[in-house]
Design a protein around this ligand. Structure first.
Ligand SMILES: [Zn+2]
Length: 342
């Protein structure tokens, strides 16, 4: 197979950041993707309807009408102050729901810019019930970084599952996206809850602990795990209608990545992440599963039309640059066998 053509892909999870770096990052995605979900954790985070309107205006100005296929989606950051009224405020401004980030009890961030987030057991506080009830009423989406910061890195996702289970028993109609799923236990949990969706990153399908350990480029939350986890995540991405592409593209300046306790997050532009997954699916003999994973399931779950046009990938080795849009991407300096034809 020399070329693969798929319906234009979507990306369910992207950090476009803010200020000077935003335009370059946004256009990297807008060139290739249809739907792209903007994560609400720039500094300061997006918390209110007014924040959503301002963010939408920035996107509209950068992308203008040059990429008519691009359909950004926005969500707000759930903080301890978020209420049922906030649900109406942000959804009336055009958001499709919320994202929640874990902090520990002292509100130290469990991941980048998570210090406004919530200590996981707080979700079960009866005071939160009106928030979830209103979100269900409005058919809003609750996107969850499902990690419990009280545990060591490799156990954090697993440790969050009982909280999610209780929450789903109380609010069975809640529309949940389990973000950047990374463990065999997480996969089993999502499969047991057919109302849920999950995003899957290229790195959790391609790398294991041994690739990640000590490599600042591969530091991310949730951490890259074992080969058993990697296989479970890949097979889920390949086979399940509940799995869709979400790059979790999360660029950090090189200096921040290189610190002893390096910043968590990997820059995964579509020109790198998509060919890397194409190579994996092709190698595993399932290229026909690329289109459902990239271009169908997320739109279908959202209940919006699939993208109408297509992109073509060619089998043509190329070296990933050391820098793209000002940041060091995943697989910088390495050769990928597939590239997106432009
Ligand atoms: Zn993320």
């Amino acid at each position: 197979m020399k070329t693969i053509t798929i319906r234009r892909p979507d990306d369910g999870h992207v950090h476009f950041r803010q200020d000077g770096v935003l335009p370059g990052l946004l256009l990297e995605h807008a060139d290739i993707c249809g739907i792209a979900v903007d994560m609400p954790n720039p500094k300061p985070p997006i918390r209110t309807g007014r924040d959503i309107l301002a963010r939408r205006a920035v996107f509209a100005e950068v992308v203008a009408d040059r990429r008519p296929w691009f359909r950004p989606r926005f969500c707000a950051y759930q903080t301890p102050e978020t209420t049922a009224e906030t649900v109406d405020d942000v959804m009336d401004a055009g958001a499709d729901g919320f994202k929640t980030y874990p902090t520990d009890q002292e509100r130290k961030p469990g991941t980048t810019n998570a210090e406004w987030g919530m200590y996981p057991p707080e979700h079960l506080d009866p005071k939160r019930a009106p928030f979830f009830e209103r979100l269900v009423e409005r058919r809003g989406i609750w996107r969850v970084h499902a990690e419990h910061p009280d545990y060591k890195q490799e156990d954090r996702e697993k440790a969050f599952l009982p909280i999610l289970d209780t929450l789903l028993q109380r609010h069975p109609e809640l529309r949940v996206v389990f973000e950047h799923i990374s463990s065999a236990e997480g996969v089993a949990f999502v499969k047991a809850h057919p109302q849920m969706m999950a995003t899957v990153t290229p790195h959790h399908m391609l790398l294991t602990w041994s690739d990640g350990y000590g490599n600042h480029d591969h530091c991310c939350m949730p951490a890259i795990k074992t080969e058993t986890d990697r296989i479970a995540v890949f097979e889920f991405a390949r086979d399940s209608a509940q799995a869709a592409y979400g790059s979790d593209s999360a660029p950090h300046p090189r200096a921040a990545k290189a610190q002893v306790k390096g910043a968590n997050g990997i820059f995964v532009p579509p020109r790198v992440g998509i060919p890397a997954v194409v190579a994996l699916f092709e190698r595993e003999g399932c290229p026909e599963k690329l289109e459902p994973f990239f271009s169908e399931r997320y739109a279908d779950w959202l209940g919006v039309p699939r993208n109408e046009d297509a992109i073509t990938l060619v089998r043509e080795p190329w070296t990933v640059p050391e820098e793209m849009a000002g940041f060091r991407p995943l697989f910088a300096g390495q050769t990928l066998d597939w590239r997106i034809r432009e």
